[in-house]
Write a protein that binds this ligand. Structure first.
Ligand code: OAD
Length: 248
């Protein structure tokens, strides 16, 4: 006989909290996409082990070597274009349709929540599929979607001014888009917050769970490992999100 998974009892508690919730906010990180084949940043085989993303995901790196930074993002676009939502994304999408009020704040730039059909996704760190003119030229919109894979030129150039394009993601040291910040300020005023697959190390995203708790929300973490947030939440489910959420 197979023993029950360690999170089974806690899943029951989460289920009953979901049934009672009027305003649910979900915060996600790279771990929710791990089962889809998208490498996480800090875990086993994380991107940063191979690429020192701290050297690449910065405005300084882009100024110094745009070709290298674009090769890194082109590689990620190619990889993610072959990935599909997993049962964890699908569970969140189902919540987004069922719960009276719902927000999904994601740090992920892969677009898999949207592909799963999740309503009201707030992209905290931008999107791999968005482009911006690196010179912020007058004629270009502030950002636009370009899903062409592979990109027709490397590094890609602005169709308006022929200057360099940059990926529409938030780099280290850059501000979170103000619309996303504002949406998050509203979303933390929830009665239930579920934080899934984030190492809870990058701010301000890592502070959302504390803001929700301060407001009186019941807080839940679902993560394969313990994180700095584990001891601060009301309920911690330690295990793979795609299995735990499939159990729901
Ligand atoms: P990390 O790679 O730092 O953390 C991934 C988390 O997911 C870890 O805590 C893992 O334990 C957990 N995890 C891995 N597989 C899992 C699974 N199957 N189920 C549940 N949990 C799993 O990713 P983030 O916390 O998202 O920002 O990183 C935050 C930000 O740091 C990223 O958005 C990126 C990076 O710098 C920018 O680039 C601005």
């Amino acid at each position: 006989m197979t023993p029950n998974p360690p999170w089974q009892e806690a899943v029951g508690e989460l289920k009953s909290r979901l049934a009672r919730s009027r305003k649910l906010t979900v915060v996600t990180g790279a771990g929710i996409s791990a089962a889809s084949g998208v490498p996480t940043f800090r875990g086993e085989g994380g991107l940063w082990r191979q690429y020192r993303a701290t050297d690449l995901a910065t405005p300084e790196a882009f100024r110094q070597d745009p070709q290298l930074v674009w090769e890194f993002y082109a590689w990620r676009r190619e990889l993610v274009s072959q990935c599909h939502p997993n049962p964890a994304h699908l569970a969140v999408a189902a919540w987004s349709r069922r719960q009276p009020e719902f927000t999904c704040i994601t740090q992920n730039v892969d677009g898999l929540h949207e592909a799963a059909g999740t309503r009201n996704v707030v992209r905290f760190h931008g999107s791999l599929w968005e482009m911006q003119c690196a010179e912020a030229c007058r004629d270009a919109p502030s950002s636009w979607e370009d899903r062409r894979e592979p990109l027709p030129e490397m590094p890609p150039r602005c169709p308006y001014c022929r200057g360099l394009l940059r990926p529409g993601v938030v780099w280290f040291g850059e501000a979170i888009p103000s619309a996303a910040l504002q949406a998050a300020q509203q979303a933390v005023l929830c009665d239930l917050m579920v934080v899934i697959g984030t190492a809870s190390q990058v701010y301000p995203a890592a502070s959302l769970v504390d803001a929700a708790a301060t407001h009186g929300a019941y807080t839940v973490e679902i993560n394969a490992e313990t994180t700095p947030a584990t001891s601060r939440v009301n309920l911690a489910l330690t295990g793979p999100a795609e299995q735990i959420l499939a159990d729901l």
